[in-house]
Design a protein around this ligand. Structure first.
Ligand code: ADP
Ligand code: MG
Length: 440
């Protein structure tokens, strides 16, 4: 649980989390099983910390959906043998509190931010802002896909300012949170207090502003707030998953403000940077993974730094469980079981490949026929579209011969349960997945 960052005091953290470990992560449903030593701890975690745990896990691995607590007799299974490592990690963890004043998380700093060609422009712009706040690059607008380091970068700017000048009033928040506060303030006739609160900051950092799309009232507040801060040479920093021009549902006048300063994108890291990121993370965690394995991970996990971290965590957790280094095939298996396949193949490809595999005419999968040799492949198609592509039941039904969504649910459940007892089916599934996703 070395990455868990929770709203608990250090003493509490050590009491409740010291014998806790991630036991298993099931990607099919995003379920994380946390091993706990006894029912008492389980109930405590469940009642008091459940949402913090879930949130922290999600920060590491986006695909996490829910957490279940399992009691492990004779645990702590993972960390007991490695008490020193785990305690250190926990200590480190417990220091990672989000500052209630400025909302900054101290774990995001430039010291642990790797710079490569994928993010060097954004990094350079950030450094320029730190040198000359409120002047040259105002606002700073950072955009890029999910898990590429936007939050890390913009929070690092905040933390740098904080280090330089403790009296500087810095504030970080997501556009979503701003929206909620704004709506609440208006509803409770507290708009003036809300306006005042944000106008007194020297540096305002607003994350994920694509969230403002379609929220007209909030956009208006952001617009006026922006003008006030800007006129007073206060630095404003935004992040978004798209360039300003590409965000739909944002007023033109606000877009032009977003574009009025410095815009920098973060793209996907290239292989060398991915490897450097893995190495840097391991150094921080004080953990060794054979070079061959790191190279493998860096070569297959291509477009998301959060996912790189997630895989590294899995390798550590499983290495600690097995009390030895994993071999490359085990890592391949881990990735195969835990990382959602990247969507380079289309739904039609899935159908084509499965039809080929079972030697049937692809068109039959789309038709209503109930021929036995077609029913099973069709159910497998449904299962894979649901499981790996997160496609909705109604859409799958629509795609495959206009079937009702309940039929799809039934097919999904059937294959899922058959897989647990039908060896042949499970071998076929492996072969199909290899055909679909290659030999990972
Ligand atoms: P985004 O906000 O773009 O979705 P995050 O900033 O949350 O992405 O980054 C995802 C994870 O990857 C975080 O744990 C972050 O610390 C890490 N990360 C991102 N960029 C870097 C980097 N350049 N160097 C080291 N770690 C990084
Ligand atoms: Mg983010």
């Amino acid at each position: 649980m070395s990455h868990l960052e929770l709203d608990v005091s250090k003493a509490n953290f050590i009491t409740w989390f010291k014998n806790t470990a991630i036991h298993k992560f099931d990607t099919s449903n995003g379920m994380v099983y946390l091993a706990v030593p006894n029912a008492f701890v389980r109930d405590w975690l469940q009642n008091k910390y459940h949402s913090s745990i879930l949130r922290a896990l999600r920060e590491n691995l986006e695909s996490v959906r829910c957490v279940e607590y399992v009691i492990h007799k004779g645990s702590p299974m993972v960390f007991q043998e490695q008490r020193e490592v785990s305690v250190n990690q926990q200590m480190e963890l417990s220091e990672l509190y989000v500052d209630k004043e400025d909302n900054l998380n101290p774990k995001y700093t430039f010291e642990n931010f790797i710079v490569g060609s994928f993010n060097e422009l954004a990094y350079a712009a950030a450094q320029a802002v730190i040198k000359n706040p409120g002047i040259s690059y105002n606002p700073l607008f950072i955009y890029g896909g999910t898990g590429l380091g936007k939050t890390h970068l913009i929070q690092s700017i905040g933390n740098s300012f904080k280090k330089i000048d403790r009296n500087k009033k810095i504030h970080y928040l997501s556009a979503e949170r701003f929206t909620t506060e704004c709506v609440d303030a208006i509803r409770n006739n507290k708009a003036h207090l809300f306006k005042e609160k944000y106008r007194r900051f020297d540096v305002l950092i607003m994350d994920d502003i694509q969230f403002l799309s379609g929220k007209e009232k909030t956009q208006e507040e952001v617009f006026h707030l922006f003008n006030t801060l800007y006129d007073n040479n206060k630095q404003i920093i935004f992040s978004s998953d798209k360039a300003p021009k590409q965000i739909l549902g944002i007023e033109e006048r606000l877009k032009s403000r977003f574009e009025g300063g410095m815009i920098a994108d973060i793209s996907s890291p290239e292989y060398e940077s991915r490897l450097a990121i893995l190495n840097a993370k391991l150094k921080i965690l004080n953990y060794l993974v054979p070079e061959e394995i790191l190279e493998y991970v860096a070569s297959v996990i291509q477009n998301n730094i959060r996912e790189l971290e997630g895989v590294l965590n899995l390798i550590m957790i499983h290495g600690q469980l097995k009390k030895r280094d994993l071999v490359i095939n085990e890592v391949k298996q881990l990735i195969k079981n835990n990382v959602k396949p990247q969507k380079t193949i289309s739904i039609n490809d899935v159908i084509k490949i499965i039809a080929n595999f079972y030697n049937i005419d692809e068109r039959e999968l789309y038709q209503k026929t109930r021929k036995k040799e077609v029913v099973k492949p069709r159910q497998i198609v449904m299962y894979i579209l649901r499981e790996d592509f997160n496609t909705s039941y109604p859409y799958i039904g629509h795609k495959l011969g206009g079937r009702d969504h309940t039929t799809v649910i039934h097919a999904y459940e059937k294959i899922k349960s058959d897989l647990t007892r039908d060896n042949l089916l499970s071998q076929e599934m492996d072969q199909i997945k290899t055909l679909l996703y290659g030999n990972v």
